[in-house]
Design a protein around this ligand. Structure first.
Ligand code: FPP
Ligand code: MG
Length: 344
């Protein structure tokens, strides 16, 4: 599907995970992004330094800033400028703010294998830390071009809209299409922004910016569907939280929507509030059933379709000649494959 990493004899193809590790090695500037993020944790109110520092210390893939760096390098950036570091840091700060607010909304005790900021510091401090980080993010990006500021504003609006649609509309009123709208807004919006900024800051022509934007958005949608699938197929040690949360929380994940649409009578229970006495058994039975179901195959096919759109647009953005890719171009294809390899 995607071009192989340099491998002239075609033997022993590296796995997508190895290719992703190789991609990381191409962006050592991620350390400067991390330092820029940390430099914004300045306040004489200690808790405003402590809570963001705690969330940052929990790790994470940093996939959004990595995308911004790789896109700009793949499009010919000779050096990673302060502007690219600023926007890559700003995007991760926005992502951190959304995680803080999301854990409050979902009342999630665990994030990245550890107590969430919400569980450790409570609602007021975590809520306000999210506000602090969002403001810092706009402080960084306000020094950049107008089109970047506007794209960042648009992404944040979509984040809020996506989260609102997810919690405010009852599960029974959702469709596969509305589930994908939520994925597009709450997840793909920041992937799209990262890829767009990489193109914008290398002064790419509009057509290239458009293809990079579509690449980022499609990758983000695939990423959210993969997240929904992992909630069913993975385990606590890998996920960093217990599986089946989307079932327990009656989320409009693509898996839940497809399961209801399949007509399986067991799925009807998703449309009723949890019964504390039998809920645990329901989640476990649902997971066992879904792991062997056509619903899972359908969701995997949907993830693959969006990854294919990402691949096509990335190829266009990089000029269409895949025989002559730069290592950074190859690394971007590896990011798509790595996301998919986690579930296929
Ligand atoms: C995690 O999804 C949540 C998001 C991707 C978006 C959350 C957005 C908001 C809370 C709106 C606030 C917006 C701003 C700009 C601060 P999930 O619950 O499916 O994933 P999880 O398992 O990681 O919690
Ligand atoms: Mg959540």
């Amino acid at each position: 599907m995607t071009p192989a990493l340099t491998n002239p004899d075609g033997i022993s193809q590296p796995s997508a995970k190895e290719r992703f590790a190789h991609a990381l090695a191409l962006v050592p500037e991620i350390a400067a992004v991390e330092a820029r993020i940390r430099s914004t944790f300045k306040s004489d109110v200690a808790i405003m330094r402590e809570i963001p520092e705690y969330l940052l210390s929990l790790g994470g893939k940093r996939i959004r800033p990595i995308l911004a760096l790789l896109c700009s390098k793949a499009l010919g950036a000779q050096e990673i400028t302060d502007d690219i570091i600023d926007i890559a840091a700003g995007i991760e700060l926005i992502h951190m703010a959304t995680l803080m607010h999301d854990d409050i909304i979902d009342q999630s005790p665990i994030r990245r294998h550890k107590p969430s900021a919400y569980a450790k510091y409570g609602t007021p401090g975590t809520l306000l830390s999210g506000d602090f980080l969002l403001t810092r993010a706009f402080g960084l990006c306000s020094r950049l071009d107008r089109e970047i500021i506007e794209a960042t504003e648009q992404a944040c609006i979509e984040l809020v809209e996506g989260e609102t649609l997810e919690i405010a509309v009852p599960l029974g009123e959702h469709t596969a299409s509305s589930s994908l709208t939520i994925a597009t807004r709450k997840t793909a919006s920041l992937f799209r922004l990262a890829a767009f900024c990489g193109a914008s800051l290398t002064d790419s022509p509009d057509a290239v910016k458009d293809h990079m934007t579509k690449f980022g958005e499609s990758l983000g949608i695939a990423f959210q569907i993969i997240d929904d699938i992992l909630d069913v197929t993975s385990d606590e040690a890998t996920l960093g939280k217990r599986p089946g949360i989307d079932i327990a929380e009656r989320k409009p994940s693509l898996i839940n929507i497809l399961w209801i649409a399949s007509g399986d009578p067991a799925a009807k229970r998703l449309l009723t509030p949890p019964d504390p006495l039998t809920e645990q058994a329901f989640v476990e039975e649902s997971l066992t059933k879904l792991r062997e179901s056509a619903v899972l195959t359908e969701a995997k096919n949907a993830a693959r379709r969006h990854a294919d759109v990402a691949t096509k647009n990335l190829a266009e953005a990089l000029g269409g000649d895949l025989s002559n890719l730069t290592p950074e171009g190859e690394a971007l294809f590896a990011v798509i494959d790595f996301a998919l390899e986690r579930v296929l």
